[in-house]
Design a protein. Structure first.
Length: 542
């Protein structure tokens, strides 16, 4: 790893990977086996502060603005984007679970290659968790609530209750996609940190098909650098792996997107691509906090209930947010609201008075439901032409009635878990489901209006208390923006390989499949490269 301030003004590589995140690290490590690779990561190194990635610091790290960038969706939901080598794997709850079989089939992937790619990831970063008191009770509660059978420890996506993998080792230390760079050929790869890509360089002369030939990026001192493809090889490519928010944003800033929208921001359209930024999805999450009469271990997601009706039930325990962190987080929220001219005095007062209410006690568990898919989707638009600023993102949470019905079923299952015999020792006897759900209504978990009525309406509760589970996808979807080989439609030498290409989120949690995709496509690209070079060699011999 090098700081981008050390980059030359002009450099040449076989492949330029934009984004050293969940997919980008796996992709770059693989491609480096037989090509020169440049990785441009806008954030810093996860190794700068090893304690920050320990399991006990999960909440602090997720909301810390050093490695994450807060944004608020147009739906009024707080979100965070990773800006660190390793991407979301540095910030997430660590759960590792593969995609469902249908997802693999619908993607048109080779099953044997997918299996090998998953195993490549798992050898480096995945562990079997040690299941202790709280998670044992949660698991038993899920089974009592009818989320059966019990499938034990497995990476597979199987209906029922299971224990999945984790990227936290037995000492509570996080392993991330950045660790996959240990597989790389160090003589063939350069990783620049704090390198903010401003534009993908595209040829657009006459009636010829546009082609990517490089990128322009800025270092922390404000100096611009150019990296270009080594043009002697027609197989060389620029590959966007910047994530579901930044990949469609960078395409638009480079002139690839809805022409009319680009023109309003003064961006010269290279190609009119109306589907860039469309199909934005985020799996809605609704949490329930359960104060415990006895201490609980610090744990993140281990057990999960995979229901047949399309809601996934997960949980964790012993997580606390310090008052200082809460204050820092909401200061960031207020600053964002001011920038977007959304601040009102009532919102400001509400957030400023929220420190004590959001200070979650260590003696508590949290159980969440996540809606599979989802069917509801939205869109992304440019806010301005600064790539470091957040674009305008709308997810349209619970727009589709089917998603809302799944949420209601998920919350109903959580209530059964809380009331189960297996979970009973981690709940105060006098606590009831209505009271526990009302705890969330009192917290500033989003900026959406609250609808408190005498008749408790779970559908309205789902809408009022929706949160993100940080599973963004869409914006550069397969069949709409890229083809089945992840090549951008209508442009040569440009691919997108990350969650922005997904039509829905894979499995209960996507990180396993996003890392797998980086490895899978890296292998496929290298095979294509080898076949081309072999053909060229035979042609030259003739």
């Amino acid at each position: 790893m090098k700081d981008a301030t050390l980059a030359p003004k002009l450099s040449n590589f076989d492949y330029i990977v934009i984004g050293g995140g969940t997919a980008g690290c796996a992709l770059a490590a693989t491609l480096s086996q037989n090509a020169t690779i440049l990785v441009l990561e806008r954030g810093g190194s996860p190794y700068e502060n090893s304690a920050a990635t320990d399991i006990g610091n999960f909440a602090n790290t997720l909301l810390n603005t050093t490695w994450s960038q807060l944004f608020i969706s147009e739906d009024g939901v707080f979100n965070s984007r990773a800006r660190v080598l390793g991407g979301g794997t540095v910030l997430n709850a660590g759960f590792y679970s593969r995609a469902e079989e249908d997802f693999v089939a619908e993607s048109g992937w080779d099953r044997n290659e997918v299996e090998a790619a998953y195993e490549w990831v798992e050898k480096k970063v995945v562990f079997e968790p040690e299941v202790k008191g709280w998670h044992s009770a949660f698991r038993d509660g899920l089974l009592e609530a009818g989320v059966s059978p019990y499938n034990g420890f497995t990476y597979g996506h199987i209906h029922g209750t299971k224990i999945g993998g984790t990227i936290f080792d037995k000492d509570g230390r996080r392993h991330t996609a950045a660790n996959l760079l240990e597989y790389a050929n160090q003589n063939m790869i350069v990783v620049y940190l704090h390198a903010s890509v401003h534009k993908i360089l595209l040829t657009s002369e006459g009636n010829t098909r546009p082609k990517a030939y490089g990128v322009i990026f800025q270092d922390a001192n404000g100096v611009f650098h150019t990296a270009e493809l080594a043009m002697q090889d027609v197989m060389n490519e620029v590959i966007l792996s910047a994530g579901a928010i930044a990949s469609p944003q960078l395409l638009m800033l480079s002139g690839v997107g809805p022409a009319a929208h680009l023109a309003t921001h003064g961006v010269n359209p290279v190609i009119d691509h109306p589907m860039v930024g469309q199909g934005m999805g985020d799996n809605p999450m609704n949490p329930v906090f359960i104060p415990s009469p006895q201490p609980v271990e610090v744990s993140l997601v281990q057990a999960v209930g995979i229901t047949k009706y399309g809601s996934y039930i997960e949980g964790g325990s012993g997580l606390s947010l310090s008052i200082s962190l809460t204050r820092s987080f909401f200061d960031g929220v207020l600053n964002l609201l001011k920038e977007t001219k959304l601040t009102t005095q009532s919102i400001s007062n509400f957030l400023k008075s929220s420190d004590l209410r959001l200070n979650v006690m260590t003696k508590a568990g949290v159980i969440v439901q996540k809606v599979a898919g989802p069917l509801s989707s939205g869109h992304l638009k440019l806010r301005n032409t600064n790539p470091d600023d957040n674009p305008l993102v709308t997810f349209n949470y619970y727009q589709e009635l089917e998603d809302l019905n799944k949420c209601v079923e998920g919350l109903s299952t959580i209530i059964k878990v809380i009331d189960s015999k297996g979970y009973s020792k981690y709940k105060y006897p006098e606590a009831n489901a209505r009271g526990l759900l009302n705890l969330i209504l009192a917290l500033p978990i989003n900026l959406r209006p609250r609808h408190i009525t005498s008749t408790f309406d779970l559908k309205q509760y789902c809408k009022d208390t929706v949160m993100t589970i940080y599973h963004y996808h869409g914006g550069c979807q397969v069949g709409k923006v890229v083809d089945n080989n992840y090549k951008v439609l209508g442009i040569d030498a440009l691919r997108v390989i990350d969650a922005s290409t997904f039509l829905k989120s894979p499995g209960t949690n996507p990180q396993a499949t996003i890392m797998m995709l980086g490895r899978y496509m890296g292998q496929k690209i290298l095979r294509e490269r080898a076949a081309f070079l072999e053909t060229e060699g035979k042609s030259m011999a003739i």
